[in-house]
Design a protein around this ligand. Structure first.
Ligand code: PMP
Length: 297
C-alpha cells in the first residue's frame, strides 16, 4: 500500500498528495515546518516540537487552523495509518493558496500537511568514524533579518551553505554569523567538548547561544539537559573557529543526525582524530531518552 499523507483534513496516497501552484509556501517560502521523529511508538519531544511550530507561526502571524491537540491526533493517526512505529515526521503549515503578491492577506486558509515516512539514517560508519566538515562562506541569516530561530520554509540560506559543503566534498558545514562567530551547521546545531582541570579529566560542554543566529534545536536542548545528569558542565558560549579547532571533541545534533561526531574541521584534526568518549556517552544517554520522553502511540 502506498504511503498516506495528511493534507487539509484528508489522507491521500503519496502520489496524489498535491498542493496548488498558487500556494504561498511554494511561491514565497511563506510557511513553517517541523521535523520530528518517532522511536518505537514514542513521538520524541512531541510537545516541544509543537510548541516551536506554533512559535514560528506566531512570529509570522500565521494562524494554524487547528489546536496543538488536534495536530497531535492527526500526526498519530497518520503514523497509525502507515503502520509506522519508527518514523520521520514532517509537519508543514503554509500561508495557503492565494493570488500572486506577497501580501499574506491574499491567502484565506493555511495549508496543513503531514508526511510520515521511514527514517533515512546516516550510515552507522559515520558515527564510528566521525565526520570531516568545513566552514563555508555563506553567513547564517542575520537574526534581525530572517531570524534562524524561526523554522520557516525559507531554507535557502542553509541550502546555499549545503551546496558549498558538497562542492567542498563534505556532507555538513559550519556557518558563521555576520560577526564571524560560530552559529550552527546547515541542518544541525554544534557542540564542542573541552577537557579542563588537573589531568584534563573534567569535560566542559559548550555550544553557541541561539541569539548568535541558530535554531533552538530540540536535540540541542535535550543534550543540554542530559549533560548535568552525567556530571558534565554545559554552557552556552560565543565560539570562534579557533575555539573549535582546539576542541577535544566536536559533535553535531539534530533530529535526523541525533548526535554525530566531527573529527576534522577545515583540515584541522579535532582532538585525537577519533570520535570522543564524551560524545559517545552523550549519544548513549540521548538514545535511551528517545524511547521515553514524548508521546506514546
Ligand atoms: N539547525 C537547523 C538549521 C536545522 O534545520 C535543524 C534541524 N531541524 C537543527 C539545527 C536541529 O534542530 P532539531 O534538533 O530540533 O532537529
Amino acid at each position: 500500500m502506498e504511503n498516506l499523507v495528511y493534507l487539509d483534513g484528508q489522507w491521500y496516497p503519496k502520489s496524489e498528495a498535491k498542493v496548488s501552484v498558487f500556494d504561498h509556501g511554494l511561491l514565497y517560502g511563506d510557511g513553517v515546518f517541523e521535523g520530528i521523529r518517532a522511536y518505537k511508538g514514542n513521538v520524541f519531544k512531541f510537545q516541544e516540537h509543537l510548541d516551536r511550530l506554533w512559535e514560528s507561526a506566531h512570529t509570522l502571524m500565521l494562524k494554524i487552523p487547528m489546536s496543538k491537540m488536534e495536530m497531535q491526533e492527526v500526526v498519530l493517526e497518520t503514523l497509525r495509518r502507515n503502520g509506522l512505529k519508527d518514523a520521520y515526521i514532517r509537519a508543514v503549515v503554509t500561508r495557503g493558496t492565494g493570488d500572486l503578491g506577497l501580501d499574506p492577506g491574499l491567502c484565506k486558509k493555511p495549508t496543513v500537511f503531514i508526511i510520515t515516512d521511514k527514517i533515512k539514517l546516516y550510515p552507522e560508519s559515520l558515527y564510528r568514524e566521525g565526520l570531516s566538515i568545513i566552514t563555508v562562506p555563506t553567513v547564517r541569516n542575520l537574526p534581525e533579518a530572517v531570524n534562524p530561530a524561526i523554522k520557516s520554509l525559507n531554507y535557502l540560506n542553509n541550502i546555499l551553505a549545503k551546496i558549498e559543503a558538497k562542492n567542498g566534498g563534505v556532507m555538513e558545514a559550519v556557518m558563521l554569523n555576520a560577526q564571524g562567530y560560530v552559529a550552527e551547521c546547515t541542518g544541525d546545531n554544534i557542540f564542542m567538548v573541552k577537557m579542563t582541570g588537573r589531568g584534563k579529566k573534567t569535560a566542559r560542554l559548550l555550544t553557541p547561544p541561539a541569539y548568535v543566529g541558530a535554531l533552538r534545536g530540540i536535540t540541542r536542548q535535550a543534550i543540554l539537559e542530559i549533560a548535568p545528569a552525567l556530571k558534565i558542565a554545559a554552557e552556552e558560549r560565543i565560539l570562534t573557529r579557533h575555539d573549535l579547532f582546539n576542541a577535544d571533541e566536536i559533535f553535531l545534533t539534530g533530529t535526523a543526525a541525533e548526535v554525530i561526531p566531527v573529527v576534522k574541521l577545515d583540515g584541522r584534526v579535532i582532538g585525537s582524530g577519533k570520535p570522543g568518549a564524551v560524545t559517545a556517552q552523550l549519544l548513549k544517554a540521548f538514545r535511551a531518552l528517545t524511547v521515553k520522553d514524548g508521546v506514546k502511540f
